[in-house]
Design a protein around this ligand. Structure first.
Ligand code: ADP
Ligand code: MG
Ligand code: MG
Length: 251
């Protein structure tokens, strides 16, 4: 589904190379995890895939279902089924959560050439999904993320993901660290959305998230490359021994 080939990326302004030849294939129905030391380029990879400004691809590329991903506008990527979780953590005062969700869903449907959902259809869908994620109606009415707790923001992001029904979901946990409850919510949301036609790329510095989201494949990234690939046991090895052993082994 997602195929990244020899991807080289540098920071546009500084010309500093960050990704130095990433190769990765994620198949439909699978959960791949990327782990790695701080500064290895994990977040950069997710930003480049989502189309954030400021990065220059100098070699290689990436395809989603065979289509060149890196040439698409961010909206086109979303329409093609890509979702970067935690991409809307911003607070939007004055814009109701429901209105925001409906606009996002309908923009995506339009880009896919599908009919927009009526107010009634949308309401029905969002209520169903909110219920399974234990989000109460009151939270849907509030302005987007304003005054939401960390856990509520995470749940809201998972709701966005559930409503947009992406095929390829990328979650960058960031290194700020989620508390255990927020982490469990993310994991439950992901597990509920696991499907043979959908794939996940879960980026995490710590092993603990992978206790809750069982990955099929684990990759270790260091210095802008994927340096090791294995099964779930690789994550446990990292937890036990840290990254130093793996990085030293390679050097
Ligand atoms: P990770 O997510 O694995 O911790 P990042 O992708 O955030 O790694 O960062 C990789 C490297 O790129 C780091 O050395 C970081 O300092 C650098 N970097 C990333 N984005 C920027 C930026 N906008 N400006 C300056 N340096 C950056
Ligand atoms: Mg970091
Ligand atoms: Mg990061």
């Amino acid at each position: 589904m997602l195929e990244i080939k020899n991807l080289h990326v540098e920071l546009e302004e500084e010309g500093k190379p960050i990704l130095k030849g990433v190769n990765l294939t994620v198949e439909a129905g699978k959960v791949h995890a990327i782990m790695g030391p701080n500064g290895s380029g994990k977040s950069t990879l997710s930003y480049v895939l989502s189309g954030r400004d400021g990065y220059a691809v100098t070699e290689g590329g990436a395809t989603l279902d065979g289509e060149e991903l890196l040439e698409m506008e961010p909206e086109e990527r979303a329409a093609a089924g890509l979702f970067l979780a935690f991409q809307y953590p911003v607070e939007i005062p004055g814009v109701g959560n429901m209105t925001f969700l409906r606009t996002a869903v309908n923009a995506q449907r339009k880009a896919r050439g599908e009919e927009e959902l009526s107010a009634g259809e949308f309401l029905k869908a969002v209520r169903e999904k909110a219920k399974t994620l234990k989000i109460d109606a009151e939270m849907l009415k509030r302005p987007v993320n304003v005054g939401f707790s960390g856990g509520e923001k995470k749940r809201n992001e998972i709701l966005q993901m559930a409503m947009l029904e992406p095929r390829m979901c990328i979650l960058d946990e960031t290194d700020s660290g989620l508390d255990v409850d927020a982490m469990k919510l993310v994991a439950e949301g992901v597990n509920a959305l696991r499907d043979p036609s959908r794939a996940f790329l879960v980026i995490t510095h710590y092993q603990r998230l992978l206790d809750h989201i069982k990955p099929d494949v684990v990759h270790i990234m260091a210095d802008g490359r994927i340096v090791k690939t294995g099964g779930p046991e690789l994550a446990l090895e990292v937890e036990k021994n840290g990254y130093a052993d793996i990085v030293a082994e390679l050097a």
